[in-house]
Design a protein around this ligand. Structure first.
Ligand code: SF4
Length: 464
């Protein structure tokens, strides 16, 4: 492997019916940029980033070099495309590495079924990649799963603290302007002169570490680490000076959970910075003190994971707050002039028509608030790594059908909705269609609303 001199890092594209999310192509991929930066700093390999939010699957496959090292990052929904890219890479005699959230949760299942994938990265990829491309002893490389003769071997995890990772070098992304143009096209209303780049200030979710987390969440359960406040501002300043970025999307799981850090960031803000921020927040972290800090930092909008406005549903999914608290947080955000991307998840365990109706009614009353500028409403999909997926896999029949690497999520979603909600899948879809329209829809990352497989609550005959 050491004689291979080109590494191509590929973000697998989502299926076409769920890829039309507003955010698509508006920001370059952070994780691949971070791995590319790390590799460039520690080796003399050529590294190329190929982004499935910008290029089609055919274009990606056409751009694969022979006899290279291909690292593919894939979400669970993009996994079918990742397999096509991996197979095409292997046909060109490349060494194929798969990472990302799907690989994190199902490394063994993937290697058992896909001979054209050589190694799965089941954790943070920077150091694993560096050691792999350097040809180090595979048994000592952290965060990887691989085949050793007829056995599948998983090496232990090793995590690098966020603060020890190098500044992400976005000059390794070709045609950064294309992302800035997309940002203007999709998000020009947020900031007229906006040029967006992502930042990852903290890994891990403190709420999940404390409580086990939300029932539908499939985000990897990583140890918590966070950059220093001064370092945060240095990153923001460099992104502005070197690339012209003035709008930061902080992709950390929850920005608001570490109040002390947010306070220190707000108090250490250097003079003259006019960068805007988009961050993720939890309902129960929102209070006047927190909003004062966020305002001072320059947070223009916050994605608020409300999920439901019905208390028994919130309890069943372990959100840790009430509907009243969620409404209060939304009102406070309005008072402080911070816009909201409202996240709702329909079809949770125990969902009833009453709970959906209640969520719809509250959303209707929220229309009077003029600061909800995006609606991230979705229908629950039991993704690997989530508690709901594990619950389904306890059933042996379901495990036989879905306990593999390649999962028919549309069917699995219906199985879940019909088994675990009290109203059934059709009602969930009916209310989804009503609620989604109430605010500016962010697009369908998780909703097969254009699906060819599902119409009006029933499988099409040819697929039943
Ligand atoms: S949904 Fe958000 S708050 Fe809940 S466990 Fe996942 S990352 Fe944490």
């Amino acid at each position: 492997m050491t004689n291979r001199s080109l590494v191509q890092l590929v973000k697998a594209p989502l299926p076409s019916d769920s890829a039309n999310c507003l955010r698509s192509g508006a920001y370059p991929p952070y994780n691949l940029t971070s791995i590319a930066t790390y590799l460039k700093e520690k080796s003399d390999l050529d590294v190329q980033i190929i982004d499935g939010e910008i290029l089609s699957l055919d274009e990606i496959i056409a751009s694969l070099h022979p006899q290279g090292i291909i690292g593919i990052s894939s979400t669970s929904l993009a996994y079918p495309a990742a397999l096509k890219i991996a197979q095409a890479s292997k046909e060109k005699d490349s060494f194929v590495i798969l990472g990302g959230i799907h690989a994190y949760h199902l490394p063994n299942e993937i290697l058992e079924s896909r001979k054209f994938i050589d190694v799965v990265v089941h954790g943070q990829g920077e150091e694993a990649f560096r050691e792999l491309v350097n040809g180090e002893n595979i048994h000592n490389i952290p965060n990887i799963t691989f085949r050793d003769k007829n056995k599948i071997v998983s090496n232990p995890s090793r995590v690098i603290n966020q603060r020890d990772l190098p500044f992400p070098n976005f000059s390794l992304v070709s045609d950064l302007n294309r992302y800035f143009q997309n940002f203007q096209k999709h998000y020009g209303y947020k900031r007229k002169d906006g040029k967006g780049l992502p930042v990852y200030s903290s890994s891990g979710c403190l709420y999940r570490l404390k409580t086990g987390g939300c029932e539908f969440c499939s985000i990897p359960n990583q140890p918590y680490s966070i950059v220093r406040p001064e370092q945060y501002w240095r990153i923001v300043e460099r992104l502005n000076q070197e690339f012209g970025a003035n709008f930061i999307w902080d992709i950390s799981d929850t920005y608001t959970s570490n109040k002390e850090w947010v306070r220190r960031v707000s108090e250490s803000k250097p003079k003259g910075i006019s960068t805007s921020f988009n961050v993720y927040g939890r309902v129960d972290d929102i209070n006047p003190e927190m909003l004062g800090y966020l305002k001072k930092i320059g947070v223009l909008e916050l994605l608020l994971g409300v999920e439901s406005f019905y208390d028994p549903t919130l309890k069943s999914i372990n959100k840790g707050y009430t509907a009243e608290r969620a409404k209060q947080s939304l009102r406070l955000l309005r008072e402080f002039g911070i816009n909201v991307e409202l996240s709702l998840v329909l079809g949770n365990t125990g969902e009833t028509e009453e709970s959906l109706k209640r969520t719809l009614e509250i959303c209707e009353t929220l229309q009077e608030l003029d600061n909800i500028d995006e609606n991230h409403c979705s229908i629950l999909i039991p993704l690997p790594g989530s508690k709901v997926y594990r619950k389904l896999m306890e059933d042996l029949d379901l495990r036989k059908k879905y306990g593999r690497d390649l999962i028919d999520y549309e069917r699995l979603q219906i199985e879940f909705l019909d088994r675990y909600t009290l109203c059934g899948a059709s009602k969930v879809f009916e209310y989804y269609n009503k609620i989604e329209k109430l605010f500016n829809p962010a697009g369908a990352f998780y909703s097969p609303k254009n699906s060819q497989f599902y119409t009006q609550g029933r499988f099409r005959d040819d697929l039943a």
